[in-house]
Design a binder for this molecule. Structure first.
Ligand code: ARG
Length: 460
């Protein structure tokens, strides 16, 4: 007999039983479900809806059920639909009629909203820790490469020289913002919906604040319809996760490129690479590629839940049962990707020599030469034009900017003098970019210190 069977004359069709049951996946919420039930029972005992001994019996039995589930001693039933009714059924089997009182002044609608908030809160904390670990590793690698010169790109064409340290700090900033987004999500999520009932609250004089406090919430939701029917907290998490995955996928794409035979900027550790079943020479950056690929899953999770929620009338609709698998998938994908991403960066080897070589050529110092003329009083737009012509000349003759003589330079502009050659040296080009946020090693060292402060502030 179903927990809701009173109104029915026939049993559920076997197909429907399978179709609408969620226990195969929402069993993952067992801990949160039991935590919530314990807080609810304790509160019912305090306000006198349950005798205090009844509340004690329920709380003790729920604790035992939690232990038994953890130890793998419990088999859930599809017939009991979801985790909420499975737990309640087991409770009643164990303690009899008292167990049937637990669901007083509660609905599965506020129960499931509560469970998912509790679950996500924990997973957000875990994701923040993993993001912090990734950021710390990036900072550590950055500290070692303040003077590792490399080419910067736009359109994947060599643009201007910078350092690996500066490059990695760009990702540090992105991941710090991701951390901030998760933190904001957690703050808005951390309100207890319990007491919303099915949609219209309850006639019982519940102490919602007491439950909220026991469960570590900052307060309670203010509207019973909203409490059971919105999932924006889950969408915010999926949004933050999708953006973090997007950042991670870009970093992974760099590693795929950089570890190629054409670039050879980095050597991926054997532990983070895989081979080919036919080509004996191959060592592939599969881990980076897979993180890049898995980003698509998390985007899918976000789009799926946005679509599920679109146009749903208030309040609860069964459509919303579709939220959980999307959230679980995004949590797992994000956390595993952060974990392997950190390991990949920590173990990779940097080819400083090849990076520095790559920073040369491709006229990466052309802007510096234009700046040089501008500093001598030539209007920048004219300087740009002059250097453009010099680059064209060099390209035709297979030369670099450092290969021309002063006399040749002076054919293009009389503003050129001997000091130009110092200005276009690779190192000088980077060292001179001392603007705050720029790649000069002294500025990057400052930015590393500031990033560490930012990180600790976010985590604190
Ligand atoms: N398994 C359901 C879900 O995940 C729980 C809430 C069901 N409520 C209901 N009235 N059918 O959404």
């Amino acid at each position: 007999m179903k927990l809701w069977g009173g109104r029915f004359e026939k049993t559920t069709d076997a197909l429907v039983e399978d179709f609408h049951s969620s226990i195969s996946f929402d069993r993952r919420l067992y801990k949160q479900d039991i935590q919530g039930s314990i807080a609810h029972a304790r509160m019912l005992g305090k306000i006198g809806v349950l005798e205090s001994e009844e509340a004690e019996i329920i709380i003790k039995a729920l604790g035992e059920i939690l232990d038994d589930i953890r130890a793998g001693r419990i088999e859930f039933e599809i017939g009991a639909e979801d985790i909420h009714m499975n737990v309640e059924k087991i409770l009643t089997e164990r303690i009899g009629v008292v167990g049937k009182k637990l669901h007083t002044a509660r609905s599965r609608n506020d129960q499931v909203a509560l469970d998912l908030r509790l679950f996500l809160r924990e997973e957000i904390d875990q994701s923040q820790d993993l993001l912090a670990a990734l950021i710390r590793t990036l900072l550590k690698v950055a500290e070692e490469h303040l003077e590792t010169w490399m080419p910067g790109y736009t359109h994947l064409q060599k643009a201007q020289p910078l350092t690996l340290s500066h490059y990695l700090l760009a990702y540090v900033q992105m991941f710090i913002r991701d951390l901030g987004r998760l933190k904001d999500t957690r703050k808005r999520l951390n309100l207890s919906p319990l007491g919303s009932g099915a949609l219209a609250g309850t006639t019982f004089p519940l102490d919602r604040e007491m439950v909220a406090e026991e469960l570590g919430f900052d307060g309670i939701t203010l509207n019973s319809l909203d409490g059971v029917s919105d999932r924006d907290f889950a969408l915010e998490f999926l949004g933050a996760a999708a953006i973090a995955m997007m950042h991670l996928s870009r970093l992974c794409e760099e590693l795929v490129l950089w570890s190629s035979g054409e670039f050879q900027f980095v050597i991926m550790d054997d532990g983070y690479s895989t081979g080919s079943s036919i080509m004996p020479q191959k060592k592939n950056p599969d881990v980076a590629e897979l993180v890049r690929g898995k980003t698509g899953r998390v985007y899918g999770d976000l789009m799926a839940l946005l679509t599920v929620m679109k146009g749903l009338p208030l309040a609860y609709n069964k459509d919303m049962q579709e939220d959980k698998e999307r959230v679980f998938d995004a949590v797992d994908t994000l956390q595993k990707s952060l974990l392997v991403g950190e390991g990949m960066l920590r173990t990779m080897q940097v080819r400083k020599d090849i990076m520095a070589q790559g920073a040369k050529g491709g006229f990466t110092n052309a802007t510096d030469l234009a700046d040089y003329l501008a500093k001598k009083g030539v209007p920048f737009r004219e300087a740009h034009e002059i250097i453009g012509r010099i680059v064209l000349h060099c390209t035709k003759h297979g030369l670099g900017l450092e290969d021309l003589t002063l006399a040749e330079y002076r054919d293009f502009s009389s503003a050129f003098a001997e000091d130009l050659f110092a200005e276009i040296k690779l190192e000088q080009c980077v060292r001179a970019r001392k603007v705050p946020g720029g790649p000069a090693p002294e500025m990057v060292a400052k930015a590393i210190t500031q990033s560490k402060v930012e990180l600790e502030k976010l985590l604190g």
